[in-house]
Design a protein around this ligand. Structure first.
Ligand code: ADP
Ligand code: MG
Length: 279
């Protein structure tokens, strides 16, 4: 059996899957080259228009990569390709060295360890913050008997750790519908974290947030750095600056990479300045 076959087998709910809440280890992802995601020569066409045009990129294990670029550059389409929502007309997408994402369904890609945060928050408004995290945890097991089972101490601890990370312990028993926009966004990130993704994709996470919420989100992302690989698409340059630190920033334009490097380098790049200010 190949590693891919054995990895997929864990999603078919074997008996040991029911024995505890613990997610089966995602041992199938081969990251011996320290790369979690490979996009190679990806093109996406909509009625002859190239939303992505021979896009190539590699994301390192534990890296926090910021993606910037003007509207229509293809940033969201790139995330759609990674998560299997859109299939490229050419090129390849690999999770680690061995998992060909083009062969997996959207659900299988999520189970393999890729979580995605869309722009609008989607939480269960009529449940408390704690319950939202609990549901996310149990739903990631995708088997209904676990929904009825009581949480063990260890599982409560894991939810507690997430609440602490989100700085939302005070809100644990509050209905999610009563949270601020920023708090809902953090809760949804927490729900993704309960599923222990190796790679997290975040599309414009601070859109609509207050300055204070934006700052808090930057702290959160800096806490997640290294524990997960993160790909963050964002327009807010101050925010990008505060999470990019010394890491790589990729500038997308017209469906391909225009520039890549440290924030200070791409900001000084005349082609980037042209795209943002010129025309
Ligand atoms: P960004 O997120 O960088 O603003 P998008 O990836 O949303 O850009 O879009 C890239 C280009 O592809 C845009 O010109 C957009 O209009 C086009 N596009 C995106 N999705 C579709 C679709 N489903 N059908 C047709 N055109 C699309
Ligand atoms: Mg977009």
């Amino acid at each position: 059996m190949t590693t891919e076959q054995s990895r997929l087998k864990t999603t078919a709910a074997p008996d040991e899957y029911f024995a505890s809440y613990r997610r089966p280890a995602m041992s199938g992802v081969d990251t011996t080259h320290q790369v979690i995601l490979y996009l190679e020569d990806i093109s996406v066409e909509f009625d002859g228009f190239k939303a992505l045009n021979a896009l190539s990129m590699e994301i390192g294990v534990g890296e926090l990569r910021c993606i910037i670029g003007p509207n229509g550059a293809g940033k969201t389409t790139m995330m759609d390709v990674i998560t299997g929502k859109t299939r490229p007309s050419s090129g390849s997408v690999f999770f680690g060295q061995n998992i060909d994402l083009s062969k997996l369904s959207e659900a299988q890609i999520a189970t393999a360890g890729i979580g995605r945060k869309f722009q609008r928050p989607s939480v269960f408004e009529h449940h408390t913050v704690f319950e939202n995290l609990e549901l996310a945890y149990k739903c990631s097991k995708s088997v209904w008997p676990t929904l009825l089972a009581k949480l063990t101490g260890e599982q409560r601890d894991q939810i507690d750790t997430t609440l602490e990370l989100l700085r939302m312990r005070q809100q644990a028993n509050r209905l999610a519908g009563l949270l601020s926009h920023g708090q809902k966004q953090w809760l949804e990130i927490g729900m993704l974290l309960m599923q222990e993704p190796m790679l997290l994709l975040l599309d414009e996470p601070v859109a609509g947030m207050t300055d204070a919420e934006t700052q808090r989100t930057a702290e959160l992302f800096n806490d997640l750095r290294g524990k997960h690989s993160l790909v963050v698409v964002e327009h807010d340059m101050d925010f990008v600056q505060s999470i990019a630190l010394d890491g790589k920033v990729t500038v997308l334009c017209e469906g391909s990479v225009l520039a890549e490097g440290k924030m200070s380098e791409v900001q000084a790049d005349s082609r980037v300045i042209e795209v943002y200010l010129g025309r």
